[in-house]
Design a protein around this ligand. Structure first.
Ligand code: COA
Length: 260
């Protein structure tokens, strides 16, 4: 189907979803969230896709947050529905059976930062800026920020960002563990491609089970998480990929995984 607020391109096993409202700094309006939802479903269903990348169109922004124009007059139950929809879409990223990389090419604010935090790995250009500025609008993060940010960077750092609404630069985001890597602006997509190629070379049942075990286990007590891990590992042990991986090591060659 044709998208209007995003672009979806699939090439060599990599699906690239580009948030495409550059004139609004890729602000996440309802239409964009709906299209992102549908694009994620397509990525999940498409067996040719092994890895996904989410990035923003233009030079300035990954996404500057939810579209503030849609907040005028938004109240109570409608506001709840709006937030729950965005939360469901971001949760879909965490539950996707494929790895999702955020390529943060500029501002990642509010919902943009929350979207990035739902991805599996985040690379940022050195010009990227991060923050949860909702407090300046008299609201709080509503797309997972109060929950994912403290889990990622710790409670006190999360409180500082959310309570002050201040922005931080890419170097600081890296320092506090909000992004995995910072690269020169012109190199971002190249570096992300290299990462995707590495993930593609590991493409095996193990890749999705490792993600699922981390996601399910990070919300569970340690002992329960261990149970999730052991069961996921037992499944890995019954795959063709495991036979191939072990045989390749013993035969001193590179494994060729098939995802079976
Ligand atoms: N929702 C709706 N429109 C937005 C937006 C958002 N979250 N963020 C930016 N825009 C729009 C601006 O209104 C502007 O539109 P205009 O050209 O019609 O005036 C356009 O995008 C460009 O943004 P502008 O503010 O002119 O760019 P800037 O370089 O001066 O500032 C920011 C960039 C990111 C600092 C600034 O746009 C900003 O603070 N945005 C809001 C961030 C925010 O609060 N996000 C959380 C929302 S809950």
């Amino acid at each position: 189907m044709a998208f209007h607020t995003i672009m979806l391109a699939v090439e060599d096993g990599i699906a690239t979803i580009t948030l495409n409202r550059p004139e609004r700094l890729n602000a996440l309006n309802r239409a964009l969230v709906e299209e992102l939802d549908q694009a994620l479903d397509q990525v999940e269903r498409n067996e040719a896709v092994k890895v996904a990348v989410i990035t923003g169109a233009g030079e300035k922004a990954f996404a500057a947050g939810a579209d503030i124009n849609e907040f005028t007059g938004l109240k109570g139950v409608e506001a709840l529905k709006h937030m729950e929809k965005i939360q469901r879409v971001f949760l879909k990223i965490e539950r996707l059976s494929k790895s999702v990389v955020a390529a943060v090419n500029g501002y990642a604010l509010g919902g943009g930062c929350e979207l990035m935090m739902a991805c599996d790995i985040a690379y940022a250009s050195e010009t990227a800026r991060f923050g949860q500025p909702e407090i300046n609008l008299g609201i709080i993060p509503g797309a997972g920020g109060t929950q994912r940010l403290p889990r990622l960077v710790g409670k006190m750092r999360a409180k500082e960002l959310i309570l002050t609404g201040d922005m931080i630069d890419a170097a600081e985001a890296y320092r506090i563990g909000l992004v995995n890597k910072v690269v020169p602006s012109g190199e971002l997509m190249n570096e992300v491609k290299k990462l995707c190629e590495k993930l593609l070379s590991k493409w095996a049942v193990a890749l999705k089970l490792a993600k699922a075990a981390i996601e399910e286990g990070s919300n569970a007590p340690l002992q329960e998480g261990m149970g999730i891990e052991a069961k996921a590992e037992a499944i890995c042990f019954s795959t063709e990929d495991k036979e191939e991986g072990v045989a390749a090591f013993l035969e001193k060659r590179k494994p060729v995984f098939t995802g079976r």
